[in-house]
Write a protein that binds this ligand. Structure first.
Ligand SMILES: C[S@@+](CC[C@H](N)C(=O)[O-])C[C@H]1O[C@@H](n2cnc3c(N)ncnc32)[C@H](O)[C@@H]1O
Length: 276
């Protein structure tokens, strides 16, 4: 079993808040007038960013009064978007202390801390009571978690019966040697990709009923195409973007991820499930 500190060290940045403030300045903004929309290119660390979050949320159809859990929340961009758009109270949990600290500061800038609280911790031992949430989602996190059995048992434990769970992870779609580094791992020692069939079997064993599975390969390839076109048109990356999180390794990590998707070895896949 991989030491979780290897994973949080992979994501730890150290100067992220300063880099995001710089990016805002380049956009002619400051922390006092930034919006949830301004931050979206950097605080949603998954393929397709905000558009991908919206697509999943449309299927989950949470009610405004639902207390939601964001498993592996990262900087919490999806949580702030959901809180602002639908009015939900959202709790996030993430292994990487750096992301949680920066994410909570961004929530302060955006005056949304009353609705969104991010906590450092592992999804494999969540410090939340049984049946304390009405819904949950997990965006691009399972790739770092080997013990998905415990992961789904933990999510099931903290959800009320009838709650919806939305997953959007990069999953294995065929055998083949993957190119590394990728955004979630420098090498295969802490990359735990598995097939959608394995996810659904483990979810069912943890007490979930599967409602739908969507392979988002086409959407992902279109997203990368647009990103490339924009960067080429401007001759440089935008002031805020995922390159700030991945720093100098961003080009090779993104290139490898696209190559792995184009080869049909992996794909971002949504699973919508309901706790029975
Ligand atoms: C690619 S980022 C996605 C972050 C966020 N969900 C988003 O879409 O913006 C993966 C995140 O999973 C978190 N993570 C990995 N393993 C975890 C675990 N066992 N418990 C909690 N968080 C974990 C990492 O710290 C990282 O922030």
């Amino acid at each position: 079993m991989v030491d979780e500190s290897v994973v949080s060290e992979h994501y730890r940045h150290g100067q992220l808040l300063e880099r995001i403030e710089d990016g805002l300045q380049k956009m002619g903004k400051s922390i006092n007038c930034a919006t949830v929309e301004d931050l979206a290119p950097v605080d949603e660390f998954h393929i397709g960013g905000r558009a991908a979050t919206e697509h999943l949320m449309e299927q989950l159809k949470f009610s405004q009064s639902d207390r939601l859990l964001d498993v592996g929340c990262g900087l919490g961009g999806a949580s702030r978007f959901i809180a602002k758009t639908y009015g939900n109270s959202v709790t996030g949990i993430d292994l990487t202390d750096d992301y949680v600290t920066v994410g909570n500061r961004i929530s302060e800038w955006l005056a949304i801390k009353e609705l969104v609280s991010l906590h450092q911790g592992s999804a494999l031992s969540m410090p939340f009571d049984e049946a304390s949430f009405d819904g949950a989602y997990m965006l691009h996190v399972g790739m770092n978690i080997e013990d998905k059995d415990t992961l789904f048992s933990q999510i099931s434990r903290v959800l009320k019966s009838g709650s919806k769970l939305g997953i959007y992870d990069i999953m294995r779609t065929s055998e083949g040697i993957l190119s590394y580094p990728v955004p979630w791992a420098s090498d295969e020692s802490f990359s735990f990709l598995t097939e959608a069939e394995e996810y659904t079997a483990l979810l069912e064993a943890a007490g979930f009923k599967i409602e739908c599975i969507n392979n988002r390969q086409k959407f992902a390839l279109e997203f990368f195409k647009q990103l490339k076109e924009k960067a080429e048109a401007n001759n440089r990356p935008p002031p805020l973007g995922l390159h700030l999180l991945m720093e100098s390794a961003a080009p090779i990590k993104i290139t490898n991820m696209i190559e792995n998707i184009v080869n049909g070895f992996v794909s971002p896949i949504e699973i919508v499930a309901q706790k029975v």
